[in-house]
Design a protein around this ligand. Sequence first.
Ligand code: PHE
Length: 468
Amino acid sequence: MTASSTTASAGVANGQPAARLWSSRFAFILAATGSAVGLGNIWKFPYITGENGGGAFVLVYLFCIALIGLPIMMGEVLIGRRGHHNPINSMRSLALSDGRSSRWQGLGWMGVIASFIILSFYSVIGGWAVSYVGSSASGAFVGADADQVGGIFGNLLASPGDLLLWHTVFMAMVIVVVARGVRAGLEKAVTLLMPALFVLLLLMVGYAMTTDHFGAGVDFLFTPDFSKLTTEGILTAMGHAFFTLSLGMGVMMAYGSYLPREVSIVKVSIAVSFMDTLVALLAGLAIFPIVFATGLEPGAGPGLIFQTLPLAFGQMTGGAFFGTLFFVLLVFAAWTSAISLLEPLVSWLEEHKDVNRLASTLGAGFMVWLLGIASILSLNLWSDFHPLGMFTMFEGKTIFDLLDFFTANVMLPLGGLLVALFVGWGMKRASVESELGMESSVAFSLWYGLVRYVTPLGVLVVFVYNLA
Ligand code: PHE
């Protein structure tokens, strides 16, 4: 979308036409929360919490969000707004203007590439969620036993045709929104979807309260039992803090570049981190009581919401209705995250290559769709194809596993580490201070200390551990 296609006048503070800026602080919070709240909150957080024994893990996770996630989010939004371009050009211009090497733009590149790759398989899982809305609504889970529910999931994964259909539907939903631009597409979508998501989530929690195991769910999430905490659990919590806040891949930079100057980066970052955490906890409160009520295991792993939960819904009164609501909620969450994953590449094509919004979105979306097919086939026809199997580390990993591994365990922490180093050590302190609007305050010194020392160290530990 170009300036001429908007009625609002061009030339707003960021050097962006009005149609390319969020209309308000609230719009940014909704959009960034939409990005942050996704499969990570509703699918991954509950199952890793289940696998890691509950309360103590949750506590560590909260610390990671506050001490590592939030400081990096502020850094990314700051880079985006100050650079006011796509992640690659923003990194380049900020590095040069603070007397650093233009090679820092590599961080922008890595972000754009990582978000592109992540979206390719994120969309496949988003597709599962779409298909589950249909299964649940048609009553497929009502009264089903574990084998039948497992069969539905197994059949879906075994069928390249079905997976491709749902992946295509999901990518089409993403493209339709992104093609319309920042204000008319992204902002409008999140303004409708995010409040709906909250309502659905609260309904789900309300439903969980009607089971007689709500207390057990609360207990599981909030009563820490440190004997259940492992080193691995701590590192998982740290790694997940990145993923769930959409950090380390240029998304918050791209969204930050559309943030009007007068908005406080500190306040919006705190709001987004808070909402993201709230949703993860509410998702836990919605899911675990239902799981316990039917005597199922919380530590079921990745299948928790696609196998355990449908089984639980199938046995409860009102389960078909609430099960369907749950999967609609999951689709909304995945959708608003997926649009943010397409944005870095689209904004680069648009600004740097001068391709119009529609063509950029279609081009980028098509490439993502194509790459997604590799993940689809990894689940069935290519499940025995292990391209890097000659290295013990990658033994038995399919293309899907490898894409997930390299993005989540390598590119994402590396991106976060570089963001912390860039704002903490690369940029001039004065530039950072003025962009945050926190000149010589105690809060600034606190944040600066975190971003310079604590965050890089924390990330380094996770990074090395995950590779070792
Ligand atoms: N934060 C999203 C989630 O929790 C995933 C995501 C990661 C989105 C990175 C954008 C960028 O599901």
